[in-house]
Design a protein around this ligand. Structure first.
Ligand SMILES: Nc1ncnc2c1ncn2[C@@H]1O[C@H](COP(=O)(O)OP(=O)(O)OP(=O)(O)O)[C@@H](O)[C@H]1O
Length: 331
């Protein structure tokens, strides 16, 4: 079969007494070592999907294979290959961080010497060694989240499910968690994360699946989704036309600019407060990458006796893609 760590085929979930499916025929694959993001507005079906993939929710129909194991038919074997980090803490507050790790390892049948060694290693990786024997109750939100991820890794799962991994964390803890996620990917741990945070999805995910009403609306890399669905980048120019009888107009400048390959459309925009009264502002929509075009744009303007005084590149965001597809903001 393929090198997929996770294969989901025609997955359906209908909760009892509900008129519509919470998950309505989802199919996707996640490659080994990939960071895959599931995005969707509230009620889209993300938690139900992850619940099924992690054996917590029973599917109505469909097929799920995780590291080759049939999750719906063989949940016990699947549980030894996966780990889940939920959004709220499930740490045992009466134990130390080290004990949280070793108890969890014991639950998964890891031998005594091995679990101690793994705990030492993970505490170190997650920057928790100094506070390893404190009480968990004394931990900050960021430390608790790091410990949750460390604990999830103690039985060396093949696929790690993270629910909103950095929500509510301070910027420093967020970056720390993101770094660890990238390291896991480098070690071929497959990661499936659900998030409401578009910058998180764009920063971390190799591919993103956008879900609504239990269906997959789009699946691609964040860059490809952004390029296809928001029309790519725009370039905003501030231009000062030379004074005099032959001063170029916005229309004549746009005519020249639209002849440049990679410029798909353009318009004059309001100079805004503080704009140069003699200047013009032009917005160009691009089908090529901005760095390749800036030189041609500036030269074309100079040829028409107009000086470019400012260039700004703006990118469509994954948030724009999301609104475009679902008609809704994330929260
Ligand atoms: N236990 C349940 N019983 C009945 N309906 C449920 C149950 N759990 C979820 N649902 C319904 O299934 C649909 C999908 O919910 P789900 O929690 O999977 O969405 P979600 O994308 O995870 O949303 P959120 O971002 O709010 O967590 C919703 O309409 C929800 O009301």
């Amino acid at each position: 079969m393929s090198d997929a760590a996770l294969e989901v085929r025609d997955l359906v979930k209908r909760y009892p007494k509900r008129k519509v499916n919470a998950v309505d025929g989802l199919s996707f694959q996640v490659r080994t070592g990939e960071v895959f993001g599931l995005l969707g507005p509230n009620g889209a079906g993300k938690s139900t999907t992850v619940g099924i993939l992690t054996t917590r929710v029973r599917a109505t129909s469909g097929e799920v294979r995780l590291a080759g194991v049939d999750v719906l038919r063989n949940p016990v074997a699947a549980r030894s290959l996966l780990a889940v980090v939920p959004q709220s803490s499930t740490l045992d507050r009466s134990l130390t961080p080290r004990q949280n790790l070793t108890f969890h390892a014991a639950y998964h049948g890891v031998g005594r010497a091995e679990r101690r060694a793994r705990a030492v290693d993970l505490l170190d990786q997650f920057g928790l060694t100094e506070r390893a024997d404190d009480k968990v109750a004394w931990y900050s939100g960021g430390m608790a989240q790091r410990l949750m991820i460390a604990r999830a890794l103690i039985h060396e799962p093949k696929v790690l499910f993270l629910d909103e991994p950095a929500t509510g964390l301070d910027p420093q803890s967020k970056l720390f968690v993101w770094e660890r996620i990238r390291e896991l990917r480098a070690r071929d741990v497959t990661i499936v994360l659900t998030t409401h945070d578009m910058s998180e999805a764009a920063a971390l995910c190799d591919r993103v699946g956008i879900v609504d009403h239990g269906r997959l609306l789009a699946l691609d890399t964040p860059t490809a989704l952004t390029r296809e669905l928001t029309g790519g980048s725009t370039l905003e120019l501030a231009v000062i036309p030379a004074a005099g009888a032959i001063a170029p107009t916005a229309e004549s400048l746009l005519e020249v600019l639209l002849k440049i390959e990679g410029v798909s459309s353009g318009s004059r925009i309001d100079a805004g407060p503080g704009g140069d009264p003699d200047g013009l502002r032009l917005r160009l929509h691009l089908s090529s990458e901005p760095p390749e075009l800036i030189g041609s744009v500036v030269t074309a303007m100079a040829d028409r006796a107009a000086v470019v005084t400012d260039v700004r590149v703006a990118q469509g965001s994954l948030g724009d893609v999301f609104i475009e597809l679902t008609g809704r903001d994330l929260r």
